[in-house]
Design a protein around this ligand. Structure first.
Ligand code: GDP
Ligand code: MG
Length: 424
């Protein structure tokens, strides 16, 4: 939210001023937002100076400064989160062994299960091996998960050597034609090393995303101790510190492949840098646009127009409609760091992607049934009487309450932003 706002604030100026104050303000605000989300100071400084370098080298007369700054921020955020290294990906029908490592409680067992589920839906035949002999309940937990997914599993209540269990399990499950054998472990240095000796196809380091800066030390320590091929960052739901975990993971040159966004088996997303940053910035999917002419493809001036109209107090339903279209084009919306950009968190709480998306679509259907006069009014609440509301509801096949909700949303957005602007 803050990064977007900083960019929008700057974008809403007609020209980037010559002494660079707008740029400095914007970069400072972005730095603060990144710092808050746990990104290490060193990373932020490096990023700010790269953007500055790009901007300083611009021709003073270029009238595309805003776009270039936008892109520079986008690119730098991508660089920050991108390890630049591809990860091993399993192939269907070709047996591979994936070893999960990480601190106690980081979410290994949960992520193993989510990883198995994700791949079973893609047509793999995954299986789970419990090589965590550190506590009594470990095998039961994994067994329960495997049964829920109806996939084969292996473990032992008697054997205390995780390497033995792993070797045995891999052998057995391979024979049973599992093409993705997932080995869950506990964090014990010696055993971990011994397991890695067995040369799994991929070692996945699971990192707790809610710990922010502390993730850095963990990642560094890990980088030295093992041949990590990929990282999964967990617990990114409801935690503002995710940026830290993600950027430090990238700093270890191991690609983040998935993120965990809840305890449920479904709450697991493929991590893709560019869409993630687009979402972070709330500017729609710019990923394909960085090297293209932006005007042709994406209405980048949409957020700007949105902001300008809000600032002027001329925010209409028609604008809300355009904004809604942009939001829907964005992919999964606002699950991290902010709610749905431009909408109130009361009506569109963060984390409710599906529901919010449906709500936005509903709003659009309602607006489709409005007259020009209604769409272009800057205070539609004023002109909407009961009879108009009931007509709109009837035409759009929605309830009068839905129409009132939409009007409320419009009013709240206008109010929230006018407050924001007078505070500045
Ligand atoms: P392990 O010790 O590394 O195997 O960790 P577990 O998989 O047992 O998970 C520890 C706790 O974190 C459990 O309560 C999980 O439900 C929880 N957990 C794991 N991943 C996530 C996540 O993405 N979001 C949330 N909110 N909780 C998670
Ligand atoms: Mg576990």
């Amino acid at each position: 939210g803050r990064i977007t706002r900083a960019l929008e604030q700057m974008s809403s100026l007609t020209e980037v001023d010559d002494d660079g104050k707008a740029l400095t303000d914007c970069l400072n605000e972005i730095a603060r937002a990144l710092h808050q989300s746990g990104v290490p100071f060193k990373t932020i400084c490096a990023m700010s100076s790269s953007i500055r370098r790009i901007v300083v080298n611009l021709d003073a007369r270029t009238n595309d400064k805003r776009r270039i700054i936008h892109e520079a921020v986008f690119t730098e955020l991508c660089n920050m989160l991108d390890s630049g290294k591809p990860s091993f990906t399993p192939t269907k029908g070709k047996p591979s062994v994936v070893l999960f490592v990480g601190l106690q409680g980081s979410g290994k067992t949960t992520s193993c299960t989510k990883y198995a589920y994700y791949h079973s839906r893609k047509g793999f035949k995954p299986s789970l091996v419990c090589a965590d002999t550190s506590r009594a309940g470990a095998f039961d937990q994994l067994k329960q998960n495997a049964r829920k997914l109806k996939i084969p599993y292996h473990g032992s209540y008697m054997e205390s050597d995780p390497v033995k269990i792993a070797v045995e399990g891999v052998e057995r499950l391979r024979k049973e034609n599992s093409d993705l054998i997932i080995v869950d472990t506990s964090r014990r240095h010696k055993q971990e090393a011994a397991l890695i000796e067995e040369k799994p196809d991929l070692v996945i380091f699971v990192i707790d995303g809610s710990i922010g800066q502390a993730a850095f030390d963990q990642a560094q320590a890990f980088k030295q101790s093992a041949s990590v091929g990929a990282v999964i960052v967990t617990k990114l739901d409801g935690h503002a510190k995710g940026g830290g975990a993600l950027s430090t993971a990238a700093a270890t040159k191991s690609p983040v492949i998935f993120i965990g966004t809840g305890e449920h088996i479904d709450e697991f997303e493929v991590f893709d840098v560019k869409p993630f940053v687009s979402r972070l910035l709330g500017i729609g999917d710019l990923s394909g646009l960085v090297n293209k002419e932006i005007h042709d493809v994406m209405p980048t001036d949409q957020p700007t127009e949105f902001m300008q109209k809000l600032a002027e107090g001329t925010f209409t339903l028609r604008l809300l409609y355009k904004h809604s279209q942009n939001i829907l084009n964005m992919g999964p919306i606002g699950q991290f760091f902010h709610g749905v950009p431009g909408f109130s968190s009361e009506l569109m709480p963060k984390g409710y992607d599906k529901e919010n998306r449906a709500k936005i679509k509903r709003y659009m259907t309602i607006m489709d049934s409005m007259t020009d006069e209604e769409l272009d009014s800057t205070n539609p609440m004023l002109i909407m009487n009961e009879s108009r509301i009931s007509q709109i509801a009837r035409r759009s096949g929605r309830l009068m309450k839905d129409v009132r909700d939409l009007l409320q949303e419009h009013k709240q957005t206008a109010k929230r932003w006018s407050k924001f602007n007078t505070n500045r």
